[in-house]
Design a protein around this ligand. Structure first.
Ligand SMILES: [Zn+2]
Length: 196
């Protein structure tokens, strides 16, 4: 007869990662005019940000890219079947497999730097490639923004006005598109990384 000799119970407050509730764009990023932060209080920031990256026809010339009503009519373009909202990073693979025209990369902003936390294996292979920026409120809450210009997002200071071709895999900025293409052949063999 087995006996329980000792048992210890530990507990703490469960605080799941909360995605989706609105967080304002950090000031130094907002100033670059490189991202769109869709103003919503619901859990669909992933969907809105993906649509903002896909630029459906009427959004393209739209001046209110940060407004919810711009995206609502296009929600049906995304197959979200079986995917919970707010959408966790771990569900983006499923999203890509049931939305075969879309690939999704995710950058993460941690206060000082911007890094890739998800590089799609379908990067550059699908009709729509979108890049999202995940920001945090400093606690458990996360929020997705749509990256509209990688060039403006990664350039700083005096270099701000230059146009860069940014590697989707390592974020390295190139002045010439041809150099980026050469580099990408090598770079995409490795997963997300940061080159300084
Ligand atoms: Zn690279």
């Amino acid at each position: 007869m087995p006996k329980v000799k000792y048992m210890r119970l530990c507990w703490g407050v469960y605080r799941p990662l909360e995605v989706g509730t609105f967080i304002p764009t950090p000031k130094h990023i907002a100033g670059k005019r490189a991202v769109v932060n869709i103003n919503s209080m619901d859990n669909y920031c992933f969907q809105y940000s993906v649509l903002a990256g896909m630029n459906p026809i009427s959004v393209n010339s739209h001046q209110h890219k940060n407004r919810l009503y711009v995206y609502k009519p296009f929600m049906h373009m995304l197959n979200m079947e079986g995917i919970q909202s707010p959408v966790p990073l771990s569900s983006i693979g499923k999203f890509e497999s049931q939305n075969p025209d879309i690939s999704v990369n995710v950058l993460y902003h941690d206060g000082n730097q911007i890094i890739y936390i998800r590089t799609s294996t379908f990067t550059d292979q699908r009709k729509h490639h979108v890049t999202l920026l995940m920001i945090t409120d400093g606690n458990e809450k996360f929020h997705y923004l749509s990256v509209q210009s990688m060039s403006r997002l990664i350039s700083t200071g005096a270099k701000y006005k230059n146009k860069y071709y940014v590697c989707h895999y390592c974020l390295y900025p190139f002045r010439k598109e041809g150099r980026l293409e050469e580099h990408k052949l090598m770079c995409k063999q490795h997963q997300s990384q940061l080159i300084r």
